[in-house]
Ligand binder design. Structure first.
Ligand SMILES: CC(=O)N[C@H](C=O)[C@@H](O)[C@H](O)[C@H](O)COP(=O)(O)O
Length: 227
């Protein structure tokens, strides 16, 4: 049995420093709202947000620790970053398991082993089938499509979820596959489950009102200029 229930919605509650909703109070309120609405798990970034969310909700938390540097890998890149997430109370740790350059000396295999040794579950963020296969072989509890479309700095992410990767991962790995990334409607979430995903993570379209508002404003803009 895994901590993330089969067929559930996982709500990602994250806001960067430039976002007016940045900070543990706002993110914990988002998390509480998600719990009241029936979410089965939460995803959160940074020890402060994770600790507050753990104090105010009873759902399993996928904790990540984004550390930005000159290297492309930023989601829980080191054992130290993972330990901070564990200390904050996350029962599941999300980490980048792509084969990209990393800051510091830790490999993703070392970070993954550290989390498993601590008795927590590992949520492997990948961008390809091969990465998913390697993460599952290394002992990841879950493999997620989180980083599909985000590994080529020269190419903007495509529209919509990567259903093909989700399906291919389901066929290739013996662990639960989680659909994550650019899932923007309830219908898309249901489609991801129909393609075999164990659960579906939605972030931006639930917990980022600034981004959601931008979408509405852009849709109205052509009509305004036509007046
Ligand atoms: C690529 C990357 O850094 N993804 C991050 C991972 O934690 C978050 O910024 C996303 O919001 C999250 O994956 C949920 O996806 P979406 O917001 O598209 O529903």
């Amino acid at each position: 049995m895994t901590l993330i229930p089969k067929g559930c919605l996982v709500v990602s509650c994250q806001a960067r420093v430039d976002n007016p909703l940045h900070g543990p109070q706002h993110m914990a309120a988002m998390a509480e709202a998600a719990e009241q609405a029936g979410a089965g798990a939460l995803r959160a970034n940074g020890p402060a947000d994770i600790a507050e969310i753990r104090a105010r909700t009873s759902l399993p938390v996928i904790g990540i620790n984004k550390i930005f540097s000159d290297a492309p890998v930023y989601i829980t890149p080191t054992r130290e970053a993972a330990q901070a997430v564990l200390d904050a109370g996350a029962q599941i740790v999300g980490l980048d398991c792509t084969e990209r350059a990393r800051e510091g000396s830790d490999t993703w295999q070392q970070v993954l082993a550290h989390v498993l040794e601590a008795g927590a579950e590992v949520f492997a963020d990948v961008s390809s089938v091969e990465e998913g296969r390697r993460a599952a072989e290394a002992g990841a509890t879950y493999v997620a499509s989180t980083l599909s479309g985000y590994t080529d700095p020269a190419a903007p992410p495509p529209e919509g979820p990567d259903y093909d990767l989700i399906e291919a991962l389901v066929a290739a790995v013996p662990v639960p596959v989680i659909a994550e990334g650019r899932i923007a409607t309830p219908e898309q979430a249901a489609e991801a489950l129909a393609r075999g995903a164990h659960a579906v993570v939605v972030g931006t379209m639930i917990t980022n009102p600034r981004s959601i508002t931008q979408g509405f404003v852009r849709a109205l803009a052509p009509q305004q200029t036509g007046v």
